[in-house]
Design a protein around this ligand. Structure first.
Ligand SMILES: Nc1ncnc2c1ncn2[C@@H]1O[C@H](COP(=O)(O)OP(=O)(O)OP(=O)(O)O)[C@@H](O)[C@H]1O
Length: 232
């Protein structure tokens, strides 16, 4: 398994008590597998992504990314694992306003080190794979919401991650653009053998995913998405 979360418990302080955001959660995602996590607001979806991204250390349980057990690592080692093996697509594209689409990707490669020439070739190839051929020199304000989200996805793939974590990718898009972004994620997952986890409220966009998991009160279960629409 490229991503493996085992018996994860995450609690937050809540006044005199603690709030259990993740309650004995197990999640395993193989290479080339696209898993969606749906669930009502406050059920723990973002907490799950943050633990998988190694951004939050769980209260107990283990996290393994690309065969590396991160739970016992130092902060610095965990940061390296995240940089080298995990791609994160946040809900808002958070692109740098003054940079072109191509430069948004090159910044990532620059921070990671390595050959600028190889980075430029990879950035162009990725922009092509997300259907942004000819838009390399556009800045964020010259692009549509869907195009910005595709730059966001291409940027997350710049360091050739094995794990791709995606938070609500369709929330700023209309239905059709949302569907296109999700099918693109499915295609990239297969082509690049990624272990992909997408958190979403958008139940209309699940046809391209391999597995749907439901989060309720910090517990993760397979299937059953009834009631998620109305709840959140
Ligand atoms: N930093 C924090 N400190 C304390 N409680 C938190 C913190 N972050 C989240 N929580 C609580 O943990 C629970 C799970 O939150 P989380 O953000 O993971 O849910 P979610 O399913 O992603 O919600 P949404 O769909 O609204 O984004 C909620 O009860 C939330 O209030």
């Amino acid at each position: 398994m490229t991503l493996k979360l085992t018996d994860i418990v995450l609690t937050y302080p809540d006044g005199d008590r603690t709030l259990t955001a993740l309650d004995h959660v197990d999640l395993a995602v193989a290479p080339g597998e696209f898993t969606a996590v749906v669930g009502p607001s406050g059920s723990g979806k973002s907490s799950l992504l943050a633990v998988a991204a190694t951004l939050i250390t769980p209260t107990s349980g283990t996290v393994s990314v690309a065969g590396r057990e991160v739970s016992a690592m130092t902060q610095a080692a965990r940061t390296r694992v995240r940089r080298d093996h995990v791609g994160i697509v946040f809900q808002q594209a958070n692109l740098l306003p003054s940079l072109t689409a191509l430069d948004q990707l090159l910044v990532v490669a620059h921070l990671a080190g390595g050959s600028p020439r190889a980075a430029a070739a990879r950035a162009r190839e990725l922009l092509l794979s997300v259907d942004l051929c000819g838009k390399e020199h556009k800045r964020p304000h010259q692009m549509s919401g869907g195009e910005r989200q595709r730059v966001n996805i291409a940027r997350a793939l710049m360091n050739e991650p094995e794990v791709l974590l995606v938070d609500e990718p369709t929330s700023a898009l209309d239905h059709e653009r949302g569907e296109r972004v999700v099918s693109l994620l499915a295609e990239l997952t297969r082509r690049n053998d990624l272990a992909t986890v997408m958190v979403t409220h958008d139940l209309g966009s699940l046809s391209a995913v391999d597995m749907v998991l439901t989060m309720r009160d910090g517990r993760l279960t397979a299937g059953d998405i009834r009631g998620v629409h109305s709840a959140g």
